[in-house]
Design a protein around this ligand. Structure first.
Ligand code: DAH
Length: 333
């Protein structure tokens, strides 16, 4: 039995029509892929139809072959068009689902800032680091040895009194100054030394406008061959100029067990002389206590209260304000 070429053409047209309808109806990319396999795959209907060509009049074969290719191309085009549409629709749906309403109020994130005590500490440490000093810290819980004895405090010195120092039940104490860090550092390092030591300190003080039981100090220490009082004065001059600008300063004789001679430094600020730090030439006994030879090495040291510096610079009348966590106050700095 011979096959009429018109039968095959009709079959091809039917395939084309069926595929077109199916593709139009597909509404997901997965369905589209299934239809591609169904209509254009090797096991699809077109190869099947072409399998019937053997029974055709040879003269008709090229025409049917060409027709089969046309149908294949047409289905491929429908497929591509539908795929483009579906992809666009998918992107559009995604855009709609993820749309931002830019008129909605934002989420308020409060902006933190550095506490004035920490900001002042950073400034002071930065200045000393700029002068070649290294930033060093030590423990807040100390022994009597590091806080007093190695710093040349006599056993009956009033600072050791229960009135001033917070002792712990085990006989240790909360350091009353950062000078203890000097000893720890010198014990562990050979001269020359140039260090700056910020840290929290504790005293059994009655809290008032100029005292808090917990406060902050910054200590500096330089040990080398041939350091003199002139070096101390020049260092303080440079430091205070960087912090306060060109202000008048003066040094008054004072006393500390760990320095000899000792001095108090004042600066003139808004028309008043304000005491700003203690300082002096490191006492030979302190150098001996850490194993430095006082015949070879000399040095100077100084210590200042950070709250005090902040109070002077920012004209704060009561340093307790620094610790009441009142943001209206703290946000000014
Ligand atoms: N430690 C002293 C205090 O708490 C401050 C001080 C004075 C430190 C003189 C020093 C210094 O290094 O040389 O009042």
């Amino acid at each position: 039995m011979t096959v009429q070429s018109t039968d095959l053409e009709a079959q091809l047209d039917a395939i084309r029509q069926e595929a077109q309808q199916a593709l139009t109806a597909a509404d997901t990319l997965e369905q589209l892929e299934q239809l591609r396999v169904k209509y254009l795959g090797k096991k699809g209907p077109i190869p099947q139809v072409l399998g019937g060509m053997g029974k055709l009049d040879p003269a008709d074969r090229p025409r049917i072959g060409a027709r089969a290719n046309e149908v294949k191309d047409a289905i491929q085009q429908d497929l591509d068009r539908r795929r483009t549409d579906l992809q666009a629709a998918q992107i559009q749906a995604q855009l709609e689902a993820e749309t931002l309403d830019v008129t909605m109020p934002g989420v308020y994130t409060p902006q933190g800032r550095v506490h004035p005590v920490n900001a002042m500490t950073d400034r002071v440490v930065d200045i000393f680091v700029g002068l070649g000093y290294t930033d060093v810290e030590g423990p807040e819980m100390e022994t009597d040895y590091y806080n007093f004895e190695a710093l040349n405090f006599p056993p009956d010195h009033p600072a050791r009194d229960m009135q001033d120092t917070l002792f712990l039940p085990d006989g240790n104490l909360l350091r009353t100054h950062t000078s203890s860090v000097q000893i720890r550092y010198m014990e562990a390092n050979d001269p020359p030394v140039r260090i700056v030591m910020p840290g929290r300190c504790y005293r059994r003080d009655t809290v008032d406008a100029t005292h808090t039981a917990v406060f902050h100090q910054i200590e500096f220490l330089a040990i080398d061959e041939g350091l003199t009082f002139t070096d101390l004065k020049g260092t303080i001059r440079e430091f205070l100029t960087q912090l306060f600008g060109e202000v008048p300063i003066r040094m008054r004789p004072s006393f500390f067990p760990f320095t000899e001679p000792s001095a108090e430094v004042d600066l003139q600020w808004k028309g008043r002389w304000l005491e700003i730090m203690g300082c002096g030439m490191v006492d030979p006994n302190v150098l001996k206590s850490v194993g430095y030879d006082p015949e070879v090495y000399t040095g100077f040291a100084g210590g200042m209260g950070v709250e005090r510096l902040a109070a002077v610079l920012h004209e704060i009348d009561d340093i307790r304000r620094l610790y009441t966590s009142d943001l209206r106050f703290l946000q000014q700095f």
